[in-house]
Design a protein around this ligand. Structure first.
Ligand SMILES: Cc1cc2nc3c(=O)[nH]c(=O)nc-3n(C[C@H](O)[C@H](O)[C@H](O)COP(=O)(O)OP(=O)(O)OC[C@H]3O[C@@H](n4cnc5c(N)ncnc54)[C@H](O)[C@@H]3O)c2cc1C
Ligand SMILES: *[C@@H]1O[C@H](CO)[C@@H](O)[C@H](O)[C@H]1NC(C)=O
Length: 567
């Protein structure tokens, strides 16, 4: 009997498993800054179309870059909002897409995402098509303000005839209680009248929060209505429970907030033995401290690895420069300038140089390129000149964070440009150093996916007169000073990796001779230290076995020489 049953069960079981796989095709549990437990839809290029187009509900999509500091500090706020609006899921859902993931790039290009993070509102039954890239929603600093921006957007959607299955977010003037009930369906037992200012979002938020309450409605009533006089209300917002038999009961929430209003309404309903909707509590997964066990706490060094430089270069060429819908004029020139300094000063091994030169000369042949054409070109040339990079799975070594949300690409970009200024300076008969600064300025301005970083950097460049730098060694020091200025600003910031605190570089312990009395810098020593770290001869081939000796970038001989020079 048992055996027969289990045999019978097998094909059904397989069928179930198969269909589950098909339904969730392309879904991932974790990507970039978000994971399954965050109550947002993690969008990827494999599930995007299925989750975005033709849906009954609207969507608020956040396009972000996992390495942008602003995106990292925004993530907790977005998650906080997502938790608060999970019950709105039949009306609107929140989605996130990481534009720093190469395979998602095409979508970010299609949606013309140029700033990170960007919020776009996509109405229900959205269709794929040219120019359908959603509508901008303002980013706000607090989850509350974010939510009120979203509600304002949803209100205007209803005015234009959309979101019709959602509760009404519209505010009206009423002259009597019966006028309110006349506007409602017959099966409503209680209406909660929220008397408020047109600009208040409390009523709308309550309506959305209670969207799945059966036989209940939230009705927004303008504070200037005749009804306010009838109810003798002097302070707004106020809330009145109105039964279908038109008996009004004025309620007294403790505070003029949504939470307080909702609490009052819920206790009122409870006292009336109301049956609340059953809600899915969601999975409360325990978030483990990722890769903390494999993270080598002893690897705390200034050493630069080829792997860091190559991974940064590859990311920049694969995902950053390909982001434009169309590239022409100043941005295209900025790209050429960037490639130019890479060709002259990147400490390349293998075929990187030939590859970059080919890319440069091909790009030069035309005045306009689309992002997808550049992406194709980059990939084709990479295959043609293979192997361009040392390994297929490049990893950050110097720039590895103690958790995936820290360090990475932005650290790589600093490392890359320091390396370029230092190596440009080693050629005595050229002024490639200032050219690197100019190229960096153009790159950051036009391509760096961290929007707030780019803005800060441009302001600093203007202040510190980046274009007035005329000598190679000044270029090296200019960038060192600029980076220290950023370190100072970001010290203690949420984006700071606790294992790699933002210090004034180099640290006292790494370079005692870099500092003079009373904290003044010894510039020749700093200059020498930068040569020792970023000079082509000192770039590390591969991961060293981690011993305490690896903590110093100098061999014993170097240290001896340094003390001779700077005693
Ligand atoms: C152009 C630019 C602008 C940025 N602006 C912002 C911003 O406005 N807001 C924001 O949140 N983040 C910004 N970032 C990111 C931020 O600076 C860090 O890259 C990020 O926080 C990761 O820090 P990190 O610990 O890896 O060290 P990073 O600051 O990325 O430094 C990488 C490595 O360089 C070395 N180093 C440090 N200081 C110096 C120096 N003065 N000279 C030479 N080498 C040094 C150290 O070994 C360090 O580990 C910006 C990044 C770039 C490239
Ligand atoms: C609502 O907000 C708008 C825009 O901020 C403002 O102009 C208007 O006066 C406000 N209305 C009321 C009634 O407060």
């Amino acid at each position: 009997m048992n055996i027969r049953r289990s045999i019978f069960c097998i094909p059904m079981f397989i069928a179930l498993v198969n269909s589950a796989v098909i339904v969730n095709e392309g879904d991932v549990d974790q990507q970039g800054l978000y994971s399954k437990s965050d109550r947002v839809d993690i969008l990827t290029n494999r599930n995007f179309e299925r989750k975005i187009y033709g849906q009954k509900h609207a969507l608020l999509v956040q396009f972000y870059n996992s390495y942008c500091g602003h995106c990292r500090s925004f993530a907790p706020r977005f998650k906080a909002m997502a938790t608060e609006v999970t019950t709105w899921k039949n009306i609107i859902r929140l989605g996130v897409l990481d534009c720093s993931v190469e395979e998602n790039n095409e979508i970010c290009r299609q949606f013309e995402v140029m700033a990170y993070p960007s919020l776009r509102y996509l109405h229900e039954f959205y269709v794929k098509g040219n120019g359908n890239i959603g509508e901008k929603v303002h980013i706000a600093d607090s989850p509350e303000k974010l939510k009120s921006n979203l509600i304002t957007k949803m209100q205007s959607e209803q005015v234009s005839g959309r979101l019709i299955t959602a509760p009404s977010l519209h505010i009206d003037s009423y002259s009597s209680y019966s006028a309110v009930f006349k506007s409602l369906p017959h099966d409503i037992n209680y209406a909660f009248l929220v008397l408020e200012n047109v600009n208040s979002t409390i009523g709308s938020e309550l309506a959305l929060d209670m969207n799945d309450y059966q036989h209940i409605r939230v009705v927004r009533v303008s504070e200037t209505s005749e009804l306010s006089n009838i109810a003798n209300i002097k302070q707004f917002p106020a809330v009145i429970a109105l039964s279908s038999t038109l008996e009004p009961i004025l309620m007294y929430p403790k505070e003029p907030t949504k939470q307080s209003f909702l609490k009052a309404i819920n206790s009122f309903l409870k006292s009336r033995n109301y049956v609340f909707p059953v809600r899915d509590q969601g999975s409360q997964e325990i978030i483990t401290n990722e890769n903390s066990d494999e993270y080598p706490a002893t690897l705390n060094t200034d050493l630069v690895y080829y792997s860091d430089l190559e991974k940064t270069l590859k990311t920049s060429l694969h995902t950053e420069i390909t982001r434009f819908k169309s590239l022409t004029g100043e941005p295209l020139q900025a790209l050429l300038d960037y490639l130019d300094v890479l060709i002259t000063s990147f400490p390349s091994r293998g075929n990187v140089k030939e590859y970059l030169m080919d890319l440069y000369t091909t790009l030069k042949t035309r005045k306009t390129w689309s992002g997808s054409e550049i992406y194709e070109l980059v990939n084709n040339l990479e295959t043609e000149h293979a192997p361009v990079y040392t390994t297929n799975n490049l990893e950050y070594i110097r720039c590895k964070g103690s958790q995936t949300k820290f360090r990475g690409y932005t650290c790589g970009l600093w490392t890359l440009f320091h390396t370029l200024t230092v190596n440009a300076a080693q050629k005595l008969d050229t002024t490639d150093g200032p050219k690197v600064l100019k190229a960096m300025h153009g790159y950051v301005k036009n391509f760096f996916g961290c929007t707030d970083c780019a803005m800060h950097f441009q302001a600093m460049a203007a202040r510190n007169r980046i274009f007035d730098v005329k000598e190679n060694d000044k270029a090296v020091l200019w960038l060192w000073i600029a980076h220290n200025e950023v370190n100072l600003r970001l010290a203690g910031d949420v984006t700071e990796d606790p294992v790699h605190p933002k210090i004034q570089f180099p640290s006292v312990s790494r370079c005692p001779e870099c500092r003079l009395a009373r904290g003044a810098w010894n510039l020749p020593a700093v200059y020498q230290y930068l040569q020792n770290v970023y000079g082509a001869d000192n770039i590390q081939m591969m991961r060293r076995t981690i011993t305490s000796a690896a903590a110093s970038p100098f061999s014993n001989l170097d240290i001896g020489m340094l003390s001779l020079l700077y005693m």
